[in-house]
Design a protein around this ligand. Structure first.
Ligand code: F6R
Length: 607
């Protein structure tokens, strides 16, 4: 949610800020702005719309030329997208800030500041912090920041310019992520690593309630009591190329094609002599045997990966698994205690609800296991046990390769748990693990068939609404297929357990409501086919994603795509690919901005 950047160095600051922001647009893209010191005075340029609108505006009106500045790309929370609500925001004469996150007590602070005679130009919570910093300003930036931090409640990160210190940037964070990049004679702040990769791979991770001060030739850190902090320099393990499109029309298509490699990177290091081994992640057979229930808590696509995990873990390890949406879990007083394991799945590792759910479970004494893609993120750092997925940077807002590695970890975990519990023998564990290792090549082969899916997608382009149906693992997959389609095509879509349709929803079916059925599970095949027949009989156009041995007759399916078979349990690893590609092609055909769908942001750091 919102991306912030800052630069101190010798380059043209505006150019660096715009280049860095272009790598953070996945965090929000409804407006953008920069503030740069020009001859010791702060000049801002901001614009509603995409970063390219800001660039155009600067081409026409001139860009602020200088070497120290901050920038922002916004996902609106307080106040609609507009030039006025765009960041950077000024606080009186002394302060200009960019902000990511939420100030929970902004109303009370605003009332206090209004009572003190201040007026506001925007509707944002950000301007309240800017004004509060200015109100508290005593000529000493560190004291001013510390005093202000003691008054604000929420999770946020700030980049701050003080007019009196034209060679410096200050940065502070509470909960929301912020890194400080280190180049040669230059330094950066950014909400995420891709922003700085063009310039450097070295960075520091700013921690909760720490302040960074950047000026040419020096970076210093201190806490709220102004005690200096020595920090560990980190090196990003992927480079700019990994974060570029590399000839693909969209990041989403590139990321779909990166799935085989992402699986290999994630799974192979966790296999030893043909058996899963998660001990490096803090998971041992003894600890696994001790858990009574497993909760998988996550949001969106990550939660859908948890749904696949539920089916697989319950089937193999015979342990009850409760999958919960993080924003529901945290407010429903969950029955969780010391003998339970809570698995948090998150690509970004910063999703506010998932982080809060993990903390709640931890307070109740449960053990926490995080499955996270972003290195050093809050969820990764706070969990008792951690499995990193190695998808690399996922830039497209719609998640594909992150989901793929999340489910591959769910399989590894389920195999190890089932074996530890004595529910499968070594031979079966080896067989399943070997099959998991086959999936990258099988996915690569499937991707060769994408033109077939493109043709099939044409049948959906003009739909206004559609349903995805499936049973068991196919239902879990339908949920992901449906979310993928609706988020980037803007076609209304729901996923339904196929057997549940006739309990109400089937009344929606007519010739204008296509149905995508997922039918990859041989033991449920007959049941699923009857459900497809039911919708077909009511006029629906039917598209079936099926296993190769489950090809439907013409009477059942108007279109079908057959997925080469693997053990039924592992079919989601393959069958999700056509679902991702259908969503992708429909979005392209409808002329949408595939990588940056409206109203969304990649990292949801607000509740
Ligand atoms: C959809 C999508 C979202 C995320 C959700 C959780 O394509 O990407 O539904 O899965 O916002 O995000 P993370 O995984 O970062 O916690």
């Amino acid at each position: 949610m919102c991306g912030i950047v800052g630069y101190v160095g010798k380059r043209d600051c505006a150019d660096v800020l715009v280049a860095a922001l272009s790598k953070l647009e996945y965090r929000g893209y409804d407006s953008a702005g920069i503030a740069v010191f020009v001859n010791n005075t702060i000049q801002t340029a901001k614009s509603q719309g995409r970063l390219e609108d800001l660039s155009k505006k600067m081409e026409q009106e001139g860009k602020p030329e200088g070497h120290v500045g901050i920038g922002h790309t916004r996902w609106a929370t307080h106040g609609k997208p507009s030039d006025i609500n765009s960041h950077p925001h000024r606080g009186g004469e002394n302060v200009t800030i960019v902000h990511n996150g939420i100030i929970e007590n902004y109303k009370q602070l605003k009332e206090m500041l209004i009572a003190e005679g201040r007026s506001f130009v925007s509707e944002t919570d950000t301007e309240v912090v800017a004004q509060l910093l200015d109100y508290n300003y005593n000529g000493n930036p560190l004291e001013t920041i510390a005093k202000t931090m003691a008054q604000v409640i929420g999770s946020f990160a700030l980049g701050i310019l003080f007019n009196d210190f034209p060679n410096r940037i200050y940065a502070v964070r509470r909960e929301s992520p912020l890194i400080v990049g280190v180049g040669e004679d230059e330094s950066f702040i950014a909400s995420d690593v891709p922003a700085i990769l063009k310039y450097t791979r070295q960075y520091y991770l700013l921690e909760h309630d720490e302040i960074a001060m950047l000026e040419e030739g020096s970076i210093t850190f201190c806490n709220m009591q102004f005690r200096p902090i020595q920090k560990k320099l980190m090196t990003a393990d992927w480079d700019m190329e990994a974060a570029e499109k590399q000839g693909y029309e969209h990041y989403m298509l590139k990321e779909i094609h990166e799935q085989p490699e992402s699986i290999k990177r994630t799974v192979m290091p966790r296999i030893e002599n043909g058996m899963p081994n998660l001990s490096e992640c803090g998971i041992t057979p003894e600890s696994l045997r001790a858990f009574r229930n497993i909760y998988i808590v996550a949001c969106g696509t990550a939660m859908h990966a948890g749904m696949v995990g539920k089916y697989v873990i319950e089937k193999l390890a015979r342990v009850p698994v409760i999958v919960d949406i993080a924003s529901e879990f945290r407010y429903r007083s969950p029955l969780i205690g010391e003998s339970d394991l809570i698995i948090i799945i998150s690509q970004s590792g910063e999703t506010a609800d998932s982080l809060a759910a993990m903390r709640l479970a931890s307070e109740r004494g449960a053990k926490t296991l995080a499955i996270v893609n972003a290195k050093g993120s809050s969820i990764a750092r706070e969990a008792d046990m951690l499995i990193y997925t190695h998808a690399g940077p996922e830039i497209a807002v719609a998640s594909t390769k992150a989901y793929m590695v999340q489910i591959s970890v769910m399989y590894l975990f389920a195999f190890e748990l089932a074996y530890a519990k004595g529910k499968i023998d070594e031979a079966e564990c080896r067989r399943l693990t070997a099959l998991l290792l086959e999936t990258p090549d099988r996915i690569a082969a499937l991707l060769e068939q994408k033109e077939e899916l493109k043709a099939m997608s044409e049948a959906l382009v003009s739909a206004e609404s559609l349903l995805y149906i499936g049973r068991g693992l196919d239902y879990a997959l339908s949920m992901e297929g449906s979310l993928k389609l609706k988020e980037i095509s803007y076609i209304h879509s729901e996923a339904y357990a196929a057997g549940e349709l006739k309990h109400g929803t089937i009344s929606l079916i007519d010739r204008d409501m296509p149905v995508i059925a997922v039918d990859t599970q041989p033991d449920l095949h007959k049941k699923t086919v009857s459900n497809i027949e039911e919708v077909k009989a009511r006029g629906a156009k039917t598209l079936v994603i099926c296993g190769e041995s489950l090809i439907p007759s013409k009477e059942v399916a108007d279109y079908f795509f057959a997925v080469p078979e693997i053990d039924a349990l592992l079919m989601p690893m393959l069958a999700v690919v056509p679902l991702q590609l259908i969503a992708y092609y429909v979005s392209v055909m409808r002329g949408n901005d595939v990588d940056k769908p409206r109203n969304l942001a990649k990292s949801v750091t607000v509740e």
